[in-house]
Structure formats: C-alpha cells, structure tokens
Design a protein around this ligand. Sequence first.
Ligand code: SF4
Ligand code: SF4
Length: 337
Amino acid sequence: MEEEWERGFKNCELCEWKCGVNRLEGEVGVCGVGMPEIAYCNLAQVLQSYSVTMLGCSFKCIYCNAYRLSQYPGSGWFYQGYVEPSELASEAIYRIDSREGKVMGVDKISFTGGEPTIHLPYIKRVAEEARKKMPGLGVGFATNGFASLATLKEIISFCSYVTFELKAFNDDTHRAITGAPVEPVLRNAEYLIKSGKEKIRAIRTIVIPGINDKEIKDIAEFIASIDPSVPFRIIPFRPNYILYYHPGPTKERMEEIGKEVLKTGLEDVWWGGYYPVDVSERVNEIAGELKGNEGARIGFAYSKLAGCITENRNCGECSMKLNCPAGLKEPWLLDVE
Ligand code: SF4
Ligand code: SF4
C-alpha cells in the first residue's frame, strides 16, 4: 500500500520535462531515476545546515562537478540509496543536535544534488517529519530552476531558503551547457522573484569562459528588470567532467564581469574565486620562509595556510595528529591572497 506522498511519483511531472511516467512502477523519464535515493548527508559549515545530497538530475551539464551522482544511475557509482523519510528526519535531527552541529550553528536541513526537484514529494515528507521533531526547523533547497510551475509553487510554500541557478541567458547556450531549454528556467526565476523573493538565498551563475561569460550581464539585467534587490552571486567554473580540459576564468575576467554586472543596477552582487594560472604571492612568500626543496616548500606553505602547526610535515609525530587543524571542510575558503 503506497503512502500518500509517493503518489507524486505516478505520472511524474515534477520537472518541466513532464515525462508522465510512473516511477513507482520502475518507469523512468529523462532523469532516469526511480524512487528517491540519497548519495550522502553532511553537516555543511557555510550553509549551517544538515545537507542531504540526492541522486539524479533533470539536466546533463557538461561541467557538472557532481557528475558521478547527478548522472546516476548511468555513472555506475552506488550510494546510500533509499532511506525512509522518518528515518532520514531522525538522523538529521540527531546530527543537528550533536556537539558538532551546535558548534557550527546548524539550524536547517537542506537538499541538493543532483537536482532535488525530481524528488520533491519525498523531500516534503522528510521536512514535515523533521519539523515535527524540531518545530521551526529551516529547510533549504538548491535548484537548477527546471521545476514545473506547480512544483516551484510547492517549493516556495514549504522551503525557507532557495538557491536558484541560472546557467545561461540564451536558449542555445543553455542547451549546450545543460541539454535543456532556458525558457522554463527564466519563467521560474521571474515567478520566484515575484512570489517568493523573501525565500531567495541567492540566484547564482557559474562563469564558463568562452561559453556563457558574455551572457552574465544579460542575466543580471534580466533579474534587475524584475527586482534589483535580489542577491546575485557570480562563481567561477572549475574544469570538470566533459569540460575537464576547458580553462576557468582568471581573476581579471571575474573582476571585469563583476564590474559590468554592477552597472545593471543590481544592488546585492557578489563575485569571488577564480581559476589560478600562477601560485599566489602569499603562498610564495610563506614558502620563502620555510625549509626544503622548492616544490616541498610550496606544498608546506599551503598546509601552513590551512592551519598546519608544523613546517616540515611528519603527521606520525605531530602532537595534533588526531585533531589536525589543517583539515578543511570547504577547501575553496582557503585564503591564499
Ligand atoms: S522528474 Fe522530470 S525528468 Fe524525471 S521523470 Fe519526472 S518529469 Fe521526467
Ligand atoms: S543541474 Fe547541477 S547537478 Fe544537474 S547536471 Fe547540471 S550542474 Fe550537475
């Protein structure tokens, strides 16, 4: 006997592909996914959240940095799998209430992937169960924006925070990057801004040099024409997956794009990160004060920046080997400038 939440997977129209397949009976649509499956869960420091990473996606992005889970089951990797909603909710609350969760200030459960839209009925059930145990618990949702409109309305109604990715402005570029048309994504961005602005954590775009970097300003103008106060985040692409040999944006190009975007009238713009072409001055400076051959000194310098208390790394003899301060949860936050 199926539960009520499971009915959302019959005649599936959760995303804009609207495949109409019965996922409960093993039929699959464009995403290729049956019942919701979990890749892994973790306490995410930056988001201050218990983050649930789900398998499968409605897109096939050529730069996907999570391709082994977004392209599941085709990727051939296997993961945690299906977990009963009540069980996942209990696990989330246990971790949020743990010492580590409290130290990080975790106050929400968030869903990412892959693409969580394709599992929405399950996610709602997990959130309901978790909120029964912890009333007021925040729920975050990171999406590629390709939900059907009915699904987007549900996301807005039960989530506390939405991160929405807009990958290109022109349809051909969007198809080239994701394999899907841009129109539903632009429609959804507009709907979200007009009907759920207070829930938007950020609209974000990844800059891919030579592919979408000339459209970032168009995206910003589009957002500004609806509401200039929407937070917009511009993030550098790092070579991955099918674009493994494609270059990322330099620091100068990110600055240039950031400044162009500011001219659109958007009021809350952030850009940061870049693809390095050289070792930073700071790393070289620290390396200059260390001992060892040239290569080793550069390697020691990075560890030192990350918090290593030694200068010549011998972890077996280190007094902090069981509590290494150089372990980074979010490696891109290492400050090399
Ligand atoms: S989630 Fe989207 S791609 Fe997957 S079966 Fe449903 S409508 Fe199709
Ligand atoms: S939408 Fe995100 S998870 Fe899905 S394929 Fe694209 S980058 Fe990967």
